[in-house]
Design a binder for this molecule. Sequence first.
Ligand SMILES: Nc1ccn([C@@H]2O[C@H](COP(=O)(O)OP(=O)(O)OP(=O)(O)O)[C@@H](O)[C@H]2O)c(=O)n1
Ligand SMILES: C[C@](O)(CO)[C@H](O)COP(=O)(O)O
Length: 239
Amino acid sequence: MEIESLPTAGVIVVAAGRGTRMGTKESKQFLFFQDKPIIVHTLDVFDRHPWISEIVLVTGEQDVERCRAWVAEYGISKQVKVIPGGAERQHSVYRGLLEIGTSWVLVHDGVRPFVTSGQISGCLEAAVKHGASILAVPVKDTVKQVDGQGLVTATPDRRSLWAVQTPQAFRRSDLVTAHETAEADGFIGTDDASLIERLGIPVVVTEGGYNNIKITTPEDLDFAEVIGKKKEFGGENKL
Ligand SMILES: Nc1ccn([C@@H]2O[C@H](COP(=O)(O)OP(=O)(O)OP(=O)(O)O)[C@@H](O)[C@H]2O)c(=O)n1
Ligand SMILES: C[C@](O)(CO)[C@H](O)COP(=O)(O)O
């Protein structure tokens, strides 16, 4: 798709979580990696992407000022609106949504710093073509459904299972309706696509990458060290 023909998009980068599974005093999105906070690595990718015209960073109330300072300190060239988030990821996304003016919106986890420009382009192109799109990768392990007593109750066919990532891309108007409907219904989803699916809007998968990890538990920092050494992420490692 020609760049000129693609409507510009805004991105909501969500970084208002507590990072409890990481177990660090500092929230994981603010841990330093290769001399920069993880959140700055993530912002950099969208700052450099030609189709991204607006960036909204949603973070903790207490972190708004230092995030604004980092945007300036690390030379993020695009304007970044930094606002406080909510109790759940879904609430943080919605607050960001109210600050975005573009017709197309991407939602991205601030703790996924290894997303590539190509993956962003692919996800947005697919959304513009089909209405909504998410990055995901085929599951590599067998997945089991297990009840509260630890008993296996089902083994879904792995060929139909994908591990979902971000960004996820939607029409802004659809995403507003989806969030407001979920709020009215008291529904909390773990991703934005689940809110869109509730409206019956088709969502297509765009293949992401196994490097596009969500930094969640301490082991992920080790994985990040290895990924960060790869040439495509600025490192020299020829892995
Ligand atoms: N109320 C929340 C909760 C999460 N997030 C963001 O959503 C992304 C994915 O969430 P997750 O990995 O679960 O982060 P945390 O909620 O911080 O992690 P934990 O569940 O371990 O506390 C993260 O960038 C996180 O900062 C957010 O903006 N607002
Ligand atoms: C949105 C997401 O990254 C897709 O896999 C995931 O659902 C976020 O879950 P979290 O518990 O908020 O990290």
